[in-house]
Design a protein around this ligand. Structure first.
Ligand code: SF4
Ligand code: SF4
Length: 55
């Protein structure tokens, strides 16, 4: 079960820089997680200022 990023995302990019497997990229108005690459480490949830990444 990969993490997903909710519509609360403000596209700051902080999570993408911290993802150990580069699973996060900029999408249309928000960032998105590649479910096949995500290893469920939770780093993005800890980094995000608005709590957008959800397990
Ligand atoms: Fe990357 Fe970890 Fe977030 Fe998955 S949970 S997108 S591996 S930082
Ligand atoms: Fe969006 Fe949070 Fe990632 Fe910033 S850290 S791009 S607000 S999910």
């Amino acid at each position: 079960m990969a993490y997903t990023i909710s519509d609360d995302c403000i596209a700051c990019g902080a999570c993408a820089d911290g993802c150990p497997v580069n699973a996060i990229s900029e999408g249309d108005g928000k960032y998105v997680i590649d479910a096949d690459a995500c290893i469920d480490c939770g780093a993005c949830a800890g980094t995000c200022p608005v709590g957008a990444p959800q397990a």
